[in-house]
Design a binder for this molecule. Structure first.
Ligand SMILES: O=C(O)CCC(=O)C(=O)O
Ligand SMILES: [Fe+2]
Length: 372
């Protein structure tokens, strides 16, 4: 059968491009319930919070913004990381057909972002044989990943380990078209610095002992996923990305071509759209940070819906501890606020376990929980 979940499907994009056009959605993409594409938001409080990085970094107003960061991580596990004033300005300027140069200054130049966007689009336009040069089961290029109940995601991705440098695969980053590779490298290095500052703020907000988390994260495992969600004629029947929390410490996400689709689950169990401000990054608390914080911060469950007409491209930067570090609740937090809620495990063992499981909601954390 052409659509068995056990069969390798290398690219959803190819499936959509094939002639004649799809007359129905292949069976193994079909979700068990219809997906609400535009979720009504009951009130403005259902919008995910925004943390202003300029304020977070400024000595005068840092305290209030630190509290905002703390409550966003506690109550949502997901927030937008933006300069609110500049984002509003950019909306205004775009609507006035006016080019506003340096819109957001999280260290990521809009020029690099714009070039990356073009280069990523070009990458996905390459013939399948070209993309397959980067093909691989875990790392590299591939699509239609099988999730819980054998249901496939409606999306392709290029997944690359970027740090530590000796773990980089010679057939991936070094072999990418040079302009894509160079801009991606700039992007990765900028986010690396941003992540380390943000983790420092989180450590402060959690009132952890200084460096307790940073020491584990220094030169840690990092990777990037560039994800392509093709349009789908019946988007309410499929998901671009199955509901899950990230196995990471934190994830920093950008919506490369401005097309929406990311939804986050609120603590009361409803899905809300993540309406990403222009040039904002989205930060997700991952499962490892939930463990480090002894459950004070909770990883956010999220999913991606697809669009009937437009492709969506996003880029996720995954930030993790180093392989030699142990993942477990910070001793300083357990001491102040017992009991200890999670077991301690090596990072290596944690990821071996994670990659041996099917990604499914927040099940990754179950094995680490201690029943008190
Ligand atoms: O495409 C997105 O917006 C989300 C991707 C995601 O959740 C992931 O890569 O873990
Ligand atoms: Fe995710």
């Amino acid at each position: 059968m052409a659509n068995s979940p056990s069969m390798k499907l290398t690219s959803v994009q190819e499936l959509v491009k094939a002639a004649p056009p799809l007359s129905s959605i292949p069976l193994h993409f079909l979700q068990q319930t219809r997906i609400a594409l535009s979720v009504p938001t009951p009130s403005s409080s259902a919008e995910i919070p925004t943390v202003d990085y300029t304020l977070l970094a400024s000595p005068g107003s840092g305290e209030t913004e630190l509290q905002k960061l703390h409550s966003a991580c506690k109550n949502w596990g997901i927030f937008q990381f933006a300069c609110i004033l500049l984002s509003l300005l950019s909306v205004f300027c775009i609507s006035m057909c006016f080019h506003y140069g340096k819109v957001v200054n999280h260290g990521m130049s809009p020029e690099v972002m714009e070039k990356l966007r073009g280069e990523i689009e070009e990458f996905y336009e390459l013939p399948l044989e070209e993309k397959m040069k980067y093909g691989g089961d875990g790392e590299g290029y591939g699509g239609g990943r099988v999730r819980a109940n054998g249901i496939r995601d409606w999306g392709d991705r290029l997944y690359i380990t970027t740090n530590p440098v000796h773990l980089r695969r010679p057939n991936l980053l070094p072999q990418l078209p040079s302009s894509l590779r160079d801009n991606l490298e700039t992007y990765i290095q900028t986010l690396k610095t941003l992540a380390s500052g943000l983790l420092g703020s989180m450590e402060e907000a959690l009132e952890m002992e200084a460096n307790e988390m940073a020491a584990k994260m220094d030169d840690g495992l990092q990777s990037v996923a560039i994800i392509y969600y093709p349009p789908c004629p019946q988007p309410e029947l499929v998901l671009g990305f199955t509901p899950h929390s990230d196995a990471t410490c934190i994830t920093i996400l950008s919506q490369v071509n401005g097309v929406g689709g990311l939804q986050a689950k609120t603590r009361d169990g409803s899905w809300v759209p993540v309406n990403i401000l222009p040039n904002a990054l989205v930060v997700l608390v991952g499962d490892i940070l939930e463990v480090f914080s002894n459950g004070l911060y909770e990883s956010a469950e999220h999913r991606v819906t697809v669009n009937p007409d437009k492709e969506r491209i996003s880029m996720a930067f995954f930030v993790n501890p180093k392989l030699e570090a142990e993942i477990g609740p910070a001793a300083s937090l357990v001491m102040k606020n017992p009991p200890c809620r999670f077991k301690t495990i090596s990072t290596e063992q944690y990821f071996n376990n994670f990659f041996g499981r099917v990604l499914d909601r927040k099940t990754n954390l179950e094995a680490l929980k201690i029943d008190n």
